[in-house]
Ligand binder design. Structure first.
Ligand SMILES: Nc1nc2c(ncn2[C@@H]2O[C@H](COP(=O)(O)OP(=O)(O)O)[C@@H](O)[C@H]2O)c(=O)[nH]1
Ligand SMILES: [Mg+2]
Length: 480
């Protein structure tokens, strides 16, 4: 979502780099360029102003130091990185747990902001950490709202507390209270209360949300907002701040091509941290918000930390061990192994999203390359393998013309695609044999032929920049 900002920052810094020694006038130039870039990305005026002012002051302060290093522009870059992390909230904040279970989380926001979907995403996230969340349907405004939450709950395997006919129907406050009570009785340690939104901010909505708040005393009120609203996201946030109050922000639809202004303005203007982000419609399209990772992405440094986390989460340690043992025994790599690798890769999410986390991937030529990668490739390959019999998966050499035609038909693909897969797989198999004979390392995880090679994650991590100096300007200079 920060594509335009990323490419603007990248051009600002490439012009700065070409100047060598940096003069005060150069700082003025880049600060003006940065301010314009922020405004064009829908960042609120006051935030753009204070941000560029901070960059200017610190850069001027650090100028002598910065110019002593071989690459002065790096020092300025680091100042921008630190300041960007700061306006994004500085540190990641986690959910505050209630002293006495359950921890109650109430979601507020406009209709369509993504509250109901988020309820499911958050519940799944909590469940995966060993919690036992309960969803509570306190949106009784729209006829289908309860139903929608029930479907969401079902899709992630989380129970939903919903009003039963004759039992407080029509009163979202009673439902919220009863839901909390139910969670206490049934020992759910988290309660996530979904509430009604409206198309625009109105008094009745605020009053209702405030009453629910007073009735259930949530430990966290999360304001859910569509990042694509741009400047309006910040205005809506202010209204909700006045009307109901909230403790943290969730930005949704970060997968869209909004210009990112909301993310950059909202922390400063509401003085509340962004806690989570949603990046798609699927339950797994959700993550903790990490200011420093986001700053890094905006500056084109990628987000290798998230990528590494996702890889770790997707790789089943048992499966990995099985591969290693198999490999050590000298068994052949089969299509069944190939399929389980594919499935692990799929668990990591969209290929384009994953690659987008690599440094430099979100600008210019790389971006084009990225867009040409087809996320459906994995799905198609999986369909083809699944149309094969176990014997065929175990030994592709038996795949004659008739069998290939049958598989193509069964998976709804072309015979040429089946041929292509078999060729790629055979090449991979050969490579695995050579690796073994040549004493190469065991195949930890995904080595999918035809797929972009996975990065050597550790090597790509930008050097950890630790400084003894507490002063960011000095710190920047040290690193220059
Ligand atoms: N692309 C995308 N769509 C989303 C995201 N979050 C929610 N949606 C979609 O936005 C629409 C409204 O979401 P919903 O949860 O019903 O919003 P609510 O009215 O606030 O409860 C639905 O079609 C969701 O699938 C997101 O992060 N990305
Ligand atoms: Mg809803």
């Amino acid at each position: 979502m920060f594509d335009s900002l990323t490419s603007k920052f990248s051009s600002v810094f490439s012009s700065l780099r070409s100047r060598g020694r940096i003069k005060a006038g150069d700082i003025d130039d880049i600060v003006t360029e940065i301010r314009t870039a922020l405004l064009e990305s829908d960042v609120a005026l006051e935030v753009a102003d204070s941000f560029s002012q901070a960059i200017k002051e610190q850069s001027l302060l650090a100028l002598d130091q910065v110019n002593k290093s071989t690459n002065p522009s790096n020092g300025i870059f680091e100042i921008v990185n630190l300041e960007l992390t700061k306006i994004l909230g500085g540190q990641t904040r986690r959910i505050r747990m209630a002293k006495k279970s359950p921890t109650v989380i109430m979601l507020v926001g406009l209709q369509g902001a993504g509250k109901t979907s988020l309820a499911g995403k958050l519940a799944l996230f909590l469940k995966n950490q060993g919690n036992t969340p309960l969803l509570v349907a306190s949106d009784l405004q729209r006829p289908n709202a309860v139903n929608q939450l029930q479907q969401v709950g079902q899709s992630v395997g989380i129970p939903v507390f919903a009003p039963e006919p004759g039992n407080g129907v029509g009163d979202p406050i009673k439902v919220a209270q009863a839901g909390k009570k139910f969670a206490e009785d049934k020992l759910h340690n988290f309660v996530i209360v979904d509430t009604a939104g409206r198309l625009g901010v109105d008094e009745e909505l605020m009053t209702q949300a405030s009453k629910i708040r007073d009735a259930i005393k949530p430990d966290e009120i999360l304001f859910v907002v569509d990042a694509m609203l741009g400047q309006d996201a910040v205005r809506t946030a202010s209204s909700f701040m006045r009307g109901v109050g909230f403790d943290g922000v969730v930005l949704t639809k970060l997968d869209g091509d909004a210009r990112g202004g909301a993310a950059l303005s909202i922390v400063t203007l509401t003085e509340r941290p962004i806690m989570f982000v949603a990046t798609g419609e699927k339950p797994a399209d959700f993550d903790l918000f990490h200011p420093e990772r986001m700053a890094s992405r905006i500056l084109g440094l990628g987000d290798v930390a998230t990528l590494a986390e996702q890889a770790k989460a997707a790789i089943d340690p048992d499966l990995s061990k099985k591969f290693e043992e198999k490999f050590a025994r000298g068994d052949d790599f089969t299509l069944i192994d190939f399929l389980s690798q594919l499935q692990a890769l799929k668990k990591m999410g969209s290929m384009t999203k994953m690659l987008g986390m690599l440094p430099g991937m979100n600008s210019g030529a790389m971006k084009k390359q990225l867009e040409s990668i087809d996320d459906n490739e994995l799905v198609r390959t999986e369909a083809i393998i699944q149309s094969m019999t176990p014997a065929e998966r175990g030994d592709v050499k038996i795949l004659n013309g008739t069998r290939r035609a049958r598989i193509a038909k069964g998976s709804g693909r072309q015979v040429s695609e089946v041929n292509n897969l078999v060729d790629r797989f055979t090449a991979a198999q050969k490579m695995m044999r050579q690796m073994r004979n040549g004493g190469g390392g065991p195949p930890g995880m995904p080595a999918i032929p035809g797929m972009p090679a996975m990065p050597k994650i550790n090597k790509q991590l930008p050097p950890k920049k630790k400084s003894k100096s507490g002063n960011p300007a000095k710190r920047a200079a040290e690193q220059g």
